[in-house]
Design a protein around this ligand. Sequence first.
Ligand code: BF8
Length: 656
Amino acid sequence: MADKEVKSIDPATLEMLEKAARDGVSTAFERASTMRPCPIGAEGSCCSQCAMGPCRVPLPRGKEETPEEKKKRRGVCGATAETIAARNFVRKIAAGSAAHSDHGRRVTEAFLLVAKGEASGYGIKDEQKLLQLALDLGVTIGDRSNNEIALEIGEILLNEFGKQEGELLFLKRAPLKRQELWRQLGVAPRGIDREVVEAMHRTHMGVDQDYQNLLLQGTRTALADGWGGSMIATDLQDVMFGTPSPVASQINLGVLEEDEVNVIIHGHEPHLAEMLAIVSEDPELIEYAKSKGAKGINLAGMCCTANEILMRHGVPIAGNFLQQELAVVTGVVEAMVVDVQCIMQGLVSAAQCYHTKIITTDSRAKIEGATHMEFDEHNAVESAKAIMRAAIDNFPNRTENVYIPKGQKTDLIAGFSHETINYLLGGLFRASYRPLNDNIINGRIRGVAGVVGCNNPRVTHDEVHVAMVKELIKNDVLVLQTGCSAMALAKAGLMVPEAAAEYAGEGLAEVCETVGIPPVLHMGACVDNSRILIAATAMVKDGGLGDDISDLPAAGAAPEWMSEKAISIGQYFVASGVFTVFGVTWPTTGSKEVTDYLFKGHEALYGGKWAFEPDPIKAAQLMIDHIDKKRKALGIDKARERVLYDMEMRRELDKV
Ligand code: BF8
């Protein structure tokens, strides 16, 4: 691991941090070094649910707690450290699930406008996926028009949010054994909003005060995210905007252009980004940009919106979460257009040092000091054009204080949706995961890992992601990625097919070279973790690797997490049967019982469990050990041993 004082492993980030310091601009990196995390909050031992507190029940420092001391470690209402840690954890899940699901709801509402012909500029781009969705949901196809089918699908899926009874329809996509398990445990979500509301109710003062029971509701709320809100978002976005297929692009702050109008779209929901991608090529607007002295319009993405338009349009990415303020520090960004989630309020004060306009576009997310230009899906083209014109009008206001870390951009291939992987592996006419399963069974591929999630300035930016993924692929583990983690690996040059020969173990490299894919596959934004659930289910259904997700030689990780959404994602992966490792910090350490329940007890319940390991190599090793344990249980460890022996020999040969 690099020195803790090293802020990032990314040279572009380091260069821009120097400029930020010269310009006197505050960034998250600098604020993190002056703001020590509250140790009581960090371990989940602060309860602020009522005005008798906030109550702090931290573990004693530097000594073992006696049973007497433990008895006294309670809030004013008598809540134990267990109840408090579980409440805090479940509230994080509720917030994360709400964020992904409210995104899903907005997508569904936009989808309904499209179906009714009331959203100019949008349409149904992936008819095949629309029809597949109709089959999945029991919607009659017959000789109905796409819009009629879409209308019924949209209404069914919108109902998933407010449904009070039954269970979410997409749960049926999971392996049968998993569905049964969820029913037996009483964690099958009934309706998305209902589970979030119930989680908030049960964590209110004086309600659920049994940590295991609280965490069951945490699971139900998280499943409502992964197999509900997020999955709905992914599916409907694919139908409206196209299912991603392999696309080449570039990433990092070097994608900004000195002589063009630079517009960065930042946030999560892709409707506006889609429209900006289209209008950025509008000849009239390009002429308008020229009339202001620019050579053209350069659109780039930031955070998950970036992933959405990268996957579907190849729009370059300016950076991941911790680079948002640094993009402004270049001095060449005319507008940073934001919608919801992961948008730092610090952007506005950074922008005050330059000419950059921070444009908020969603009534749910306004920022004091930003310019608000509400995006209206009914008039999407006009709305997007107005925003683009505001950016162009700002070009003449640029000062001399500009610096782009030139050359700091890396090639990448993205667009690995579940459908694309299926097609690449099996071919158009018999798309399947069979070749992947076969290569896992014969040991060329040891297993599969999902490495996802955020950046966090408490650790060296991007370092933990990159070190973990390199260790995994070196050990023949195929890595699936989303979110800011995917961007870290793309910047490090691992998302091109040539990376297989350079970084992957012999078996994985051989498979990647045969299929022509990188050893690290970019599957999209954080809501697209639902694609990983579907891919895992497809592997189960293809046979030979057990009959549930928990049987697969697979693991998950969010090594630089910071967001409540990451906790929700982690919990739905665990509850879907996946061993999931988080880095940075762990939010329940204030209660040994709760932590043990998540780290050990959950395995007996779900076949998946949590782990915490901040060291990326050790964390990767935990994942590999888990994968090997699953290989052994499946009786496919022998094939792998032979390959390992070959690798040993190869290493010996390398030494000669
Ligand atoms: O949803 S990975 S920092 S951008 S929360 Fe945010 Fe984390 Fe990035 Fe996307 Ni996901």
